[in-house]
Design a protein around this ligand. Structure first.
Ligand SMILES: O=C([S-])c1cc(C(=O)S)c[n+]([C@@H]2O[C@H](COP(=O)(O)O)[C@@H](O)[C@H]2O)c1
Ligand code: NI
Length: 415
């Protein structure tokens, strides 16, 4: 399993979220290729690996042709008829929600990107409609703001799909205070659309009253809601990568969104049930080297297979071959199927649904010889079993130059 751990200690915006996913390994060329499936006016994506306070991260910016960078503020939603505003140039068309949803639906973007980005647009339009007492379909996204909002939102889910994140965790979100100026005048921070987006949704937001500007933008918060982070610290996971997406405003503090990719082995996941459903996949491989099979096994395990194992078989034409077995949760079946076809020579495989009887599993962590020692507790009715985490025992044994046997003896009274 792969998780994303967000630390929005300086708020959330579309640019920060995109910069972060890029810094965590999002592929810019593939992003541009995908975005070309969606027809929009002239814009360019500017990315720069740069530093703030000597910490390197990604600056992501969508630049629109003819945009005046006078205020540095984008996202000017036009809720009025064009004729009411002399300053609305002809080339600044506005798009309504229905039009944006239609553009997304008729594009060749993936279903995942279509679904999530449409949800975000609906959420923002609903919030704007509530603030400005307008019909949700009458909210018009002003072109200057809309093009970069559209690109921000769609890009985020294209990166999202690339990174294959299964779960999101977050620390509480920090928001600024005071007021900001947008085209419609002065707005209190949190801005009204952000307040609406918070309605009836369990978010943890704290305000930093030393910062007199906006840290959380409507786009940033709507994207955050769509990936639905859990406000807890992930347990039994390992940080595999840390990244930073920079914000644009001068806040007087370190203005970035930090995020980390975390991985967890299935054997280290908490289990709260005594039974579950899995799928068992079998493929006979008679033309693949052990090196290739080992490589495929690693990839399948990294992408959520519960277990991958092989046995030797004798196939037609007297060929010694390998039976590849993969156990997978139903929700990971499509991705694992794709990866089997990608990384093995097989042109088909067998699969069957199975039920498992399993022991509940939880972890406790103790300190031993200045090291964390995780202990697994298995439980089924009145039966309890305890098992210290092998990787931790190995670390303790190596550090102290003890045998594994001696290490297990020393820790046995800890569980
Ligand atoms: O122009 C309008 S109507 C406007 C409304 C609101 C409300 O909260 S209502 C907020 N904003 C500000 O625009 C920028 C851009 O936001 P994005 O989410 O598009 O990045 C931001 O400062 C908003 O607070 C504009
Ligand atoms: Ni508004």
């Amino acid at each position: 399993m792969r998780a994303l751990y967000l630390e929005p200690f300086s708020g959330l915006s579309g640019d920060m979220l995109n910069g972060l996913l890029l810094d965590l390994g999002g592929n810019l060329d593939l992003l541009k290729e995908e975005l070309s499936k969606f027809t929009l006016e002239d814009y360019t994506i500017q990315v720069e690996r740069t530093n703030k306070s000597s910490i390197f991260g990604m600056d992501f910016d969508v630049q629109i042709a003819h945009q005046h960078k006078d205020t540095g503020i984008k996202g000017d939603f036009d809720h009025h008829e064009h004729s009411h505003h002399g300053h609305h140039h002809h080339h600044h068309e506005s798009r309504g929600l229905t039009e944006i949803l239609g553009l997304i639906e008729s594009s060749d973007l993936s279903d995942v990107v279509k679904k999530h980005s449409s949800n975000v647009f609906k959420d923002i339009a609903k919030a704007e409609a509530a603030v400005h007492n307008a019909d949700v379909n009458k909210i018009h996204f002003h072109e200057i703001g809309a093009v970069d909002s559209i690109v921000d939102i769609i890009s985020f889910f294209i990166f999202w799909e690339q990174l294959k994140i299964d779960k999101v965790y977050s620390t509480p979100i920090t928001e600024g205070s005071g007021t900001i100026h947008v085209a419609h005048g002065e707005m209190p921070v949190p801005v009204p659309a952000v307040m609406q987006l918070r309605k009836n949704y369990p978010l943890k937001i704290v305000q930093d009253f030393d910062i007199k500007t906006e840290l959380v933008t409507p786009t940033g918060l709507a994207l955050f809601k769509e990936i639905a982070p859990e406000f807890t610290a992930p347990e039994n996971m390992y940080f595999s990568q840390v990244g930073y997406g920079f914000g644009k405003r001068e806040t007087g503090k370190f203005n970035a969104l930090r995020g980390s990719l975390l991985t967890v082995e299935h054997s280290n996941q908490e289990v709260k049930t005594n039974h579950d459903d899995i799928i068992k996949i079998e493929a006979n491989l008679d033309d693949q080297t052990p090196e290739q099979i080992g490589y495929a096994m690693d990839i399948l395990l990294e992408h959520g297979a519960l277990d991958v194992f092989c046995s030797s078989i004798q196939m037609k034409k007297n060929r010694p071959a390998t039976l590849l077995n993969v156990l997978v949760k139903p929700e990971a079946f499509d991705e694992i199927s794709y990866l089997i076809f990608k990384h093995t020579n097989t042109a088909g495989f067998r699969y069957q649904g199975m039920q498992r009887r399993i022991m509940k599993r939880e972890f406790k962590e103790v300190q031993f010889e200045n090291e964390n020692l995780r202990i697994k507790k298995y439980q089924y009715q009145d039966i309890e079993k305890f098992k210290p985490e092998f990787d931790d025992c190995e670390k303790i044994a190596t550090k102290n130059d003890w045998s594994l046997q001696a290490t297990y003896k020393k820790i046995q009274n800890l569980y």
